[in-house]
Design a protein around this ligand. Sequence first.
Ligand SMILES: Cc1cc2nc3c(=O)[nH]c(=O)nc-3n(C[C@H](O)[C@H](O)[C@H](O)COP(=O)(O)O)c2cc1C
Length: 223
Amino acid sequence: MAMITRREAGIGLITAASLTAAGAWPAAAAAAAQAIELPQPVTGGGKTLAEALSARRSTREFASEALSLTVLSGLLWSAYGINRPQSGDRTAPSWRHSIEQKIYLALPDGVWLYDPVEHRLLPHLAADLRALTGTQDFVGTAPLNLVYVADGARMGDVSAEEKRLYAFTDTGFIGQNVYLFCAAAGLATVFRGSLEREKLGKALQLPGEQFVTFAQTVGYPRT
Ligand SMILES: Cc1cc2nc3c(=O)[nH]c(=O)nc-3n(C[C@H](O)[C@H](O)[C@H](O)COP(=O)(O)O)c2cc1C
């Protein structure tokens, strides 16, 4: 079972209270198709916004080191978590308040769906689909590829073209949240539009009107 690494302990976002077994990846969860509860995200301290903006960049070389649940918790909350519990509103805006975005995680042990309401990961597919999430070599070996998906059914009675326009825009805000979290946490990331969307959507067995918009690779920088 993976333990919290010195890198994570040094990034300034991890408190002593979060350095528990809750931060380790439960290797058996995918096989057992169990949801994984994420630890509470750390929402205080860390780098300033200006420091994170200064460090933001795209990186395409990743170490194979896995990301712990503690890191995933902060990453996913920053990406699209609930920042106003009374209304359930999110860290990223959405066109007409559609809240149509979904984040699938392509990890070595399978594909998971982020559930922002319960702040947990739901098992989706027990298959390593990382290599299908893009056309670049690093996607198959990087520890995590986020696949951004929009649920067109939540976007009302507008044309398919409009749905795609606004869904792709909404994903961009999430992508920047991920960039800034990674910059603050010493992680490497790149937002990606070079991917075979239909093929990936089929492989992901997306239900209903869900369609892939972009992907984003996350990991530790290769040193
Ligand atoms: C909509 C969009 C799509 C992108 N698609 C890819 C991609 O498929 N592969 C990739 O390596 N980088 C991709 N990028 C990252 C850009 O290449 C990168 O942001 C740009 O080179 C500027 O570098 P910087 O992010 O370090 O400032 C994409 C960025 C955006 C905004």
